[in-house]
Design a protein. Structure first.
Length: 285
């Protein structure tokens, strides 16, 4: 099944704009999934939007409600929300570069492949990829999709670029309340030595193929056995009544890159002062 882009726009590095699209890097249907079936009738269970005392309602009559004081809701029309103008709806600006190991794993959320939309965009795309690879850096930026603005990290991945959405600072729970009862004393030396030897003995390069989902396999075996058994209850299926950005602007890439250097002052900026690390946040692996 062909991959479908979930976002289309421009990847921008200063004055260089590269038409790209995002494709999910993971498959949602790779594991067994079930649908709820009403046992007595054998029909699929449907979910309807209803209102107490009214019953089922038309989707066009549904507004967005934001709860305020006193249990009241401030009502917003979905069109008002869609009308919010943000540059990040169509442009992913690379605004900062950090070391690849600097972002704690706790912040990573979901991965996407960044793909150039046409042949004309590939030259600039490769330059950005190779520059990140040479400097061993990860780029940071923001984009808006599916009604939310995401913080993003972009880094080289094979022949292309991988984008990973990141959690914002206020989405991370404080670890201190959970770890407060753990004593901060030194471990027993003999026990520590044995544990260290075990870790060293079991250390090897990461290989994802070495790990299998045993629960998923057991489910598939159960389903196959049930499928072959004619006594297994069955239910009949119920019949339920792009414009791509072009790369024509990326013609004189060298001129655009040089103009970008002039625009940004011509010299590499001094690294920004790192904010004080919250002592409650887990450190990066």
């Amino acid at each position: 099944m062909a991959s479908r882009a979930v976002w289309k726009g421009q990847l921008r590095l200063s004055l260089v704009a590269i038409p790209v699209e995002l494709h999910p890097a993971t498959k949602s249907g790779a594991r067994v999934s079930f649908r709820q079936i009403h046992g007595p009738s054998g029909k699929p269970v449907r979910y309807e939007k209803t209102v107490a005392g009214v019953g089922p309602v038309n989707a066009d009559d549904i507004l967005k409600g934001y709860e305020v004081e006193g249990g009241d809701y401030l009502l917003l029309d979905p069109e008002e929300i869609d009308a919010i103008k943000l540059d990040t709806k169509k442009t992913l600006e690379l605004v900062q570069f950090v070391d690849q190991s600097e972002i704690p794993p706790l912040y990573y959320n979901k991965p996407y492949y960044v793909v150039p939309t046409d042949d004309l965009a590939e030259d600039a795309y490769r330059v950005v990829r190779d520059a990140l690879r040479a400097e061993k850096k990860t780029a940071l930026g923001q984009l808006t999709m599916r009604g939310r603005e995401y913080l993003c990290a972009i880094r080289p991945c094979g022949d292309g670029l991988l984008l990973e959405t990141l959690r914002y600072e206020d989405e991370i729970r404080e670890a201190e309340p959970l770890f407060a009862s753990i004593e901060d004393g030194a471990s027993d030396k003999d026990l520590l030595e044995v544990a260290t030897q075990l870790i060293q003995r079991k250390s090897s390069p990461f290989n994802a193929e070495a790990f299998k989902d045993h629960y998923d396999k057991a489910l598939r075996d159960l389903i196959e056995a049930k499928r072959k058994n004619r006594k297994t209850p069955r239910a009949k299926a119920d019949d339920d009544g792009d414009s791509r950005p072009s790369g024509t602007n990326v013609v004189d890439l060298m001129a655009a890159l040089k103009d970008s250097l002039k625009k940004d002052g011509g010299k590499p900026k001094a690294p920004a002062k790192k904010p004080a690390r919250s002592r409650a946040k887990p450190k990066s692996a």
